[in-house]
Design a protein around this ligand. Sequence first.
Ligand code: M7G
Length: 183
Amino acid sequence: MTYPLQDSWTFWFFKNDRNSDWKDNLIELATVSTVESFWSVFDRLKPASGLNQGCDYLLFKKNIQPMWEDQHNRSGGRWCLNTHRNQRLSDLDNYWLNTLLSLIGDQYGDDAYNVNGCVVSVRNKGDRICLWTRDWRNTEVTRWIGNRFREVADIPRSLQLTFESHDDQESKRGAAAKVLFRA
Ligand code: M7G
């Protein structure tokens, strides 16, 4: 028995190679369209907590490139959960799996069209899981997605979620982007 997913999703890996352009470090891994193929890819990947510093896993809708430049991301932004380094072994993999399952399991109802993908980033300064949305200018929808993200990824209230636009991030390059919303 195969269970088709509502959308097809592509797994990507970002390798941290400072000698290459950011885009050239993005590696497309596999596209999944059924529950079974999701697990067969997920099970073959090492856990996010085992990634080298500076690397990411990404899961995006099949037709969306996981970068600001894709037209589906142009007006978008990201809801971010920042975790402390000492949560890497205890919590990161759980939040990441919950986030992945919320996407492939179509947990954003009528606003699923507004959710483009998600990224887990392993960083020295603290790890991060972000949910990328399509258009942040509908503030009601953006806030709803943030609250829903907390709910479906089972993120406790003690951890804040912050939202920033890709535009702002792109123009600030390295400096902290403005927090537009909190959840
Ligand atoms: P990050 O990985 O979001 O943050 O972006 P962190 O590594 O500081 O935790 C780091 C840098 O990667 C950015 O400042 C950009 O130079 C580059 N970068 C990140 N993203 C998501 C993009 C993107 O979508 N397009 C391009 N061209 N560069 C990006």
